[in-house]
Write a protein that binds this ligand. Sequence first.
Ligand code: C2E
Ligand code: CA
Ligand code: CA
Ligand code: CA
Length: 275
Amino acid sequence: AKAAGRNTMRFYDPLMQAAVHRRATLELDMRIGLEQGQFELFYQPQKDRDRIIGCEALLRWHHPQGGFISPAAFIPLAEETGLILPLGEWVLRAACTQLACWAQDPEFAHLSIAVNVSPRQFHEPGFVDHVLAALAGAGADASRLELELTEGLLLQDIEDTIRKMVQLKGYGVGFSLDDFGTGYSSLAYLKRLPLDQLKIDQSFVRDVLTDPNDAAIARTIVGLGISLGLRVIAEGVETEAQRAFLERHHCHAWQGYLLSRPLPVAEFEALVRAG
Ligand code: C2E
Ligand code: CA
Ligand code: CA
Ligand code: CA
């Protein structure tokens, strides 16, 4: 009776109804957007000491009424509704198509693309096949594709996670652990996962010069990565001083507004060409 009461309340709460309506509208709009090609990948360059080595693909939605909508506003709902599955497949196909295109051009053939993978997408049974189909469909080199996993994904079925990673690694696909240090991953998991790279979350980078704790965390993540034979990349680098700090502490690579915001592909290519 208690549960029914709660349901009734929810149904008659006008505010709640408005929220449900908004969600339903957003979900429908996302489906239409996917059919009508309203999604686009932007590319944020990643640099090592000397040059741009690749990029992170970040999803952008050009909503016909709402203008541009941030992924932070629609990825969570896409996860909940399951729409992340077709959306995630679209992202994989788009990234692989871009890789195959760059492979034809000596100026861009060295570039890798990092693709964000959400937990629900990763844990669906067909995930490995979807990645392989995207690579094969585009004719892209698996070793130029990197998948960014978050710690949240490790909360579910760690054996399934390891099995899928090992399978994809067998084809040359790389793996980064995104937002490292903000989630729940234990060092025991870290040891077992066939990772290639740790990504220092931007929340630690932001105050790395002013907050001794953040500086200690950033240094520790780099040290941990190096000890485990992993590369370490920092995200959210906005100042030269932050970049210099990270380089001084042997962080391998970085990305952030200091170099560039995420860019449409033509602008990204122009930046790579400019060196
Ligand atoms: P994320 O993976 O942690 O991506 C980094 C976010 O930080 C991006 O926000 C990026 O634009 C932003 N950023 C980059 N450099 C800087 C900087 O120097 N300073 C600051 N303050 N921010 C910076 P964005 O593009 O809005 O993406 C937000 C989140 O949406 C991403 O966080 C990721 O979790 C998710 N996302 C984006 N694209 C995809 C996708 O294709 N699939 C999935 N599953 N998630 C995605
Ligand atoms: Ca990411
Ligand atoms: Ca991140
Ligand atoms: Ca983040």
